[in-house]
Structures are given as C-alpha cells and as structure tokens.
Design a protein around this ligand. Structure first.
Ligand code: BG6
Ligand code: MG
Length: 218
C-alpha cells in the first residue's frame, strides 16, 4: 500500500467504512446534474461550487440547501414533489450504470483490505445505494451495508457511520472512514472515527489523510 492506513496514528485499524457516491462510484456528477436541472426549472443557476454543500447530504436536506441557495421557499408537499422529480432524473442517469462506473482502485482496495483482515462497511446517505451496488457487483465485498433506507439523520450527524461500526461489531475508534464530502468528514469525526478524504484538502478540511483517488492508496 502506497499510503498505509495502518500507520494513520498508531491506533489499530480493524474496519474501513466507505461512502458510496463520489468515493467508490462516479455518481456524484449525476446528483449534481439532476439538482442543476431542478434549479434551472426553478429559475436560478446552480454551480459546482454551490454543489459542494450538497455532497453527502440526504435528498431532502439537499433540496433545502438548494432552495436556500436560490432564495426560494416551498411548503412540505412542494418539497416532496421537487425531491421526487430530482430523483426521477437521477435514476434515469443511473440506468446505463455498470461496473465501468467504479472509480479507479475501488474494487482493488476492497479486496486488499479483505485479504489483510480489515472488515469493510458501506455508509451511504443514498436510498438508491442497493440499486447502485447491484449494478456494480461489489455488494459481496462488504461485511455490513448501511444506506439511506436505514437512517433517519443526515450527515454531518454520525448515525450512518455509528450504525455501520455497530454492524461490523467494532468500536468507532477502530474504524477509518473514506469520504469525499465535508458533511461526511464531520459525521465520521462526530462518531469518533478517523477519516481519509478522497479529494482536495482545501475543500475537505479535518481529515487525517488525503488521497486524490482510492488508487493512490494501493
Ligand atoms: C449521498 C450523495 O451519497 O446520497 C448526495 O452524496 C445525495 O448527493 C445523498 O443527496 C442521497 O441520495 P439519494 O440517492 O437517496 O437521493
Ligand atoms: Mg460522497
């Protein structure tokens, strides 16, 4: 391993918990395109910089941030319809999804960790995670899968990662989380876990280690 996760800070690493969108699979771009489409319909532009705040955050919370960005308000029924619309576009983008959407190094890193006895978990906010995992054919590389269908509090709340550590039967302090979002890094830290950020240090403060891609871990 080029970047040794076992040397993070001397404490043992027994579990690795992975975010899905933007860490293992290249779906973050589709979330962005679908939100941008909605913003356009609502009459404002939504930039990639605006989108950073949505990464890792649940669908409903993302909509609230988007509305805040556009200076708009909606009642609960309108919000439900708008979120549903965004999801329909997102799911359309996912229709062609296959293993080629796996980000470089994803499958290899999961295998290396398995072979070194590190338990692997998935900690994703997405309710589409089961569909995506099926398309990618990587579900069997995980010892525990927690997604947006099993959580009630969005990142930066640590719920998803704490549930995952519990499912792996590991104390949070023995787990390291791979994340590409600020909300996710904050969630992992709030849960008492170490974080490897996949992305730029300037955008993602607070992690113990940085990698441009999972390939750089190998
Ligand atoms: C996270 C994404 O993984 O899942 C967010 O980073 C997304 O952008 C969230 O909003 C919820 O996903 P979904 O598929 O349930 O709308
Ligand atoms: Mg992500």
């Amino acid at each position: 391993m080029k970047k040794n996760i076992f040397a993070l800070d001397g404490k043992p690493v027994r579990g690795a918990i992975f975010d899905l969108d933007g860490v293992l699979v290249d779906t973050a771009k589709y979330h962005y395109l679908a939100w941008k489409h909605l913003a356009r319909e609502l009459g404002f532009d939504f930039t990639e910089a605006d989108n950073e705040r949505l990464k890792g955050v649940s669908r409903m919370r993302s909509l609230e941030i988007l509305l805040e960005t556009g200076g708009l308000a909606m009642d609960e029924a309108e919000k439900a319809r708008a979120a549903e619309k965004k999801n329909t576009w997102y799911v359309e983008y996912l229709q062609g999804l296959d293993e080629s959407a796996l980000l470089p190094g994803s499958r290899e890193l999961l295998r290396v960790l398995r072979d070194r006895g590190v338990l692997r978990g998935l900690g994703s906010a997405s309710k589409n995670a089961p569909f995506i995992l099926k398309r990618l054919g990587i579900a069997d590389l995980f010892d525990a899968i927690i997604d947006g269908t099993q959580t009630s509090r969005a990142k930066p709340d640590p719920e998803v990662f704490l549930l995952c550590a519990k499912a792996l039967k590991l104390p949070p302090a023995c787990c390291v989380v791979f994340e590409d979002s600020l909300a996710g890094i904050q969630a992992a830290k709030a849960g008492g876990m170490r974080v490897i950020a996949v992305g730029k240090r300037e955008l993602l403060p607070g992690a113990e280690m940085y990698a441009a891609s999972l390939k750089d871990m190998l």
